[in-house]
Design a protein around this ligand. Structure first.
Ligand SMILES: Nc1ncnc2c1ncn2[C@@H]1O[C@H](COP(=O)(O)OP(=O)(O)OP(=O)(O)O)[C@@H](O)[C@H]1O
Ligand SMILES: [Mg+2]
Length: 277
């Protein structure tokens, strides 16, 4: 597996704190895959993402983008941030302009896209995030979930090579989550690499094709969701949940499960059930 982003023995401590937020963190984000990064609160997921785009630099160790260590020079960081898009955990940190329309078009304008194309792409993006009716509403009038969708739209519209999503589904209702996942499917099929930090193990199980588990600033497990969740004891010991569908599946008698592969989502579960009973 080729990695698009890598950290090698990265240590990092926030100024004025005594605990290492990242402790000898070595991990790879594989190119073209959908990677879920899981770990309990404070395990270092957001800090990792802030290292990926050079907002923070390691105290020691290296962050590599396509096998080259980040240089932290201003010009190269600007280029890097056109290739890597980060949707922050907190949308308030991301949104800088007055309205969703202004915010989503801002990045395109900065990237030197011609004005007619900016208009087209902005309108299309706002539509696909169900935000067109709020396009000109002041951002401070929006709900948290709506702000989150604006922040997502502002990064998605730039079509980076690697998209980092920090808890993208937090505050989203079911329909918005579904629409986000459909949008992610579309951009992934066009070749974008995706990595998502999430606490939602049901989502990680259904969505990811690769998983990284973080604990206390280290990457402690990596593998496919099937490999990760076959180690139930290790997952539970880290204070993480196992996916509900997998729990239900494992609770079925061996004679029913046979050598069928466990279903990843409710539709697959219903289909399998239909074929069993
Ligand atoms: N701005 C900050 N200043 C000081 N310490 C921080 C700051 N941000 C994070 N930390 C510390 O760094 C460690 C890693 O935090 P981080 O936010 O990366 O974790 P996380 O895995 O993203 O957690 P969560 O699941 O809650 O989002 C924690 O111990 C946290 O207290
Ligand atoms: Mg976080």
């Amino acid at each position: 597996m080729t990695s698009i982003l890598e950290t090698v023995e990265v240590f990092f401590r926030y100024p004025g704190t005594s605990i290492e937020a990242l402790r000898s963190l070595t991990l790879h984000i594989p190119e073209k895959k959908k990677t879920a990064i899981c770990g309990h609160n404070g395990s270092g997921k957001s800090t990792l993402f802030l290292h990926a785009i050079g907002i923070h630099a390691p105290t020691s160790g290296n962050v590599l983008w396509k096998n080259t260590p980040l240089s932290y020079k201003r010009k190269e960081l600007t280029q890097l941030r056109q290739q890597i898009g980060l949707v922050f955990q907190d949308p308030e940190q991301q949104l800088i302009l007055n309205t969703p329309y202004e915010d989503v078009s801002y990045g395109l304008r900065n990237a030197g896209i011609p004005e007619p194309e900016i208009k087209l792409r902005t309108v299309k993006m706002l539509q696909s995030m169900r935000l067109e009716h709020l396009a000109h509403t002041p951002i401070h009038h929006l709900s948290l979930g709506q702000k989150k969708r604006v922040a997502l739209a502002g990064v998605l519209v730039l079509e980076p090579e690697l998209l980092l999503l920090d808890e993208p589904t937090a505050y989203l209702d079911r329909i918005s989550e579904q629409q986000l996942l459909e949008e992610l499917e579309r951009i992934h099929s066009r070749g974008m690499t995706l990595a998502m930090a999430t606490h939602d193990m049901n989502l990680a199980y259904a969505w990811a094709d690769w998983m990284l588990i973080m604990n206390e600033g280290q990457c402690v497990m990596e593998g496919t969701p099937d490999e990760i969740f076959s180690r139930t004891d290790a997952i539970t010991a880290l204070g993480l949940d196992t996916p509900m569908l997998l729990d239900i599946w494992n609770a079925l008698p061996e004679s029913v499960r046979g050598d069928l592969r466990p279903p990843k989502n409710i539709e697959a579960f219903k289909q399998l059930f239909g074929s069993i009973f």
